[in-house]
Design a protein around this ligand. Structure first.
Ligand SMILES: *Cc1c(COP(=O)(O)O)cnc(C)c1O
Length: 367
């Protein structure tokens, strides 16, 4: 948070609007222009934005939606909110993203949509996913919670799929405190998303005839609106996004350079056509090479005051999903990957000294 972020919020507190108003429109324009999509619809947070996208895609009871198990739970939960069935396909162990070949295996007559996740900020091979989708008119919703500012084939993520979600939770590429958005080129999805986030209420032609007080509720929406306070912060953050991403790329380049010499550390593979936004920097601890366990390394790193983490537990391992009948072993590559995965600290405010400390600690712990 800089002084200009703070000033933008304070200015809004003094304006006539607190809930959705002109600042939201301005923020939506900033994001849609940045990613090159026609429309952007802001939501309360990324989770409600995903719910909106699943609603707009028409996902309902009996519909299957293919997604990855290596994501935050919100991705597949959005399918459940709409009564659909998440179907987990396995990942590519090198990029950690959903593998289009595994997606293909899971397509049935019941499949309605595919939700790939740009995990760690590296864009999914969205062309391959869109190609699969076209065969059967599936809708592709990219969970881009990690990938605002990332590039796929030289272009910003956010307009290649039917809909793309970005999250503005404080750990994400930019923040609005809590916040989310859907970008799309489709007017039909845009209309549905707009209705859904505000109770399904609008001025239909019939309502306009009835008088100025009259409106109609035509869909079962909810109150998922972003407010102007959030949006003012978002627009201020958007002015700085390129700098944030640049610093994340520098940090990743530093790790890439320094970690090769540590035995047993597998670095995240980047596809040639992608430029990650590096939301996360995740390594694998090769248990064929290392004598210590992941748990041991993790605890020792934390004891050295290095904020390592693990993103994420395979979604269907959670008790809620287990009770729905998903069994362990469903996506063997994802599960094997998870057992060896560890997240290193990466954020724009990291100093070069911080970076040196992380690498030194890792070397000390694993060697
Ligand atoms: C953060 C996140 C979400 C949810 O976003 P919120 O804004 O926190 O609701 C969804 N998917 C992924 C992959 C995320 O990282």
């Amino acid at each position: 948070m800089d002084e200009d972020d703070i000033a933008a919020v304070v200015e809004t507190l003094r304006s006539p609007f607190l809930t959705q108003g002109p600042k939201v429109v301005e923020f939506e324009r900033a994001v849609s222009e940045y990613v090159g999509a026609k429309y952007a619809v802001a939501f309360l947070n990324g989770t409600t934005a995903l719910h909106g996208a699943c609603y707009a895609a028409g996902i309902g009871t009996g519909d299957e939606v293919i997604t990855t198990p290596i994501t935050f739970e919100a991705t597949s939960n959005a399918v459940l909110y709409c009564g659909g069935t998440p179907v987990f396909a396995d990942i590519d162990e090198c990029t950690y993203n959903l593998d289009p070949k595994e997606v293909e295996k899971k397509i049935t007559v019941k499949t309605k949509a595919i939700i790939p996740v740009d995990f760690t900020g590296q864009p999914t091979d969205v062309d391959a996913i869109m190609e699969l989708a076209e065969i059967q008119n599936l809708i592709v919703i990219v969970d881009g919670a990690h990938s605002l500012g990332a590039n796929y084939k030289g272009r910003k993520v956010g307009k290649q799929a039917h809909m793309t979600m970005f999250s503005f939770h404080p750990v994400k590429p930019i923040t609005t405190g809590e916040g989310g958005i859907i970008t799309t080129n489709s007017e039909v999805f845009y209309e549905k998303l707009t209705l859904f986030r505000s109770h399904g209420i609008s001025k239909t032609p019939y309502a306009v005839e009835q008088g100025d007080w009259y409106y109609e509720m035509t869909e079962l929406g909810s109150n998922y609106r972003m407010n102007d306070i959030q949006a003012a912060l978002g627009s201020s953050q958007m002015r700085k996004i390129d700098g944030f991403i640049e610093r994340r790329r520098e940090i990743a380049a530093f790790y890439n350079e320094k970690l090769v010499s540590i035995p047993g550390i597998v670095m995240p593979k980047q596809l040639e056509e992608t430029e990650s936004g590096w939301h996360l920097y995740m390594i694998q601890l090769d248990n064929k090479v290392l004598t210590k366990t992941r748990r041991g390394i993790f605890d020792e790193m934390r004891a050295l005051n290095i904020g390592v983490h693990v993103h994420y537990i395979p979604v269907y391992w959670h008790p809620y999903y287990q009770e729905l009948g998903y069994e362990k072993g469903l996506c063997p590559k994802a599960e094997k990957w998870y057992e060896q995965a560890m997240t290193l600290p990466i954020f724009p405010g990291m100093t070069d000294e911080n970076l040196g400390d992380v690498v030194a600690a890792l070397r000390e712990v694993v060697c």
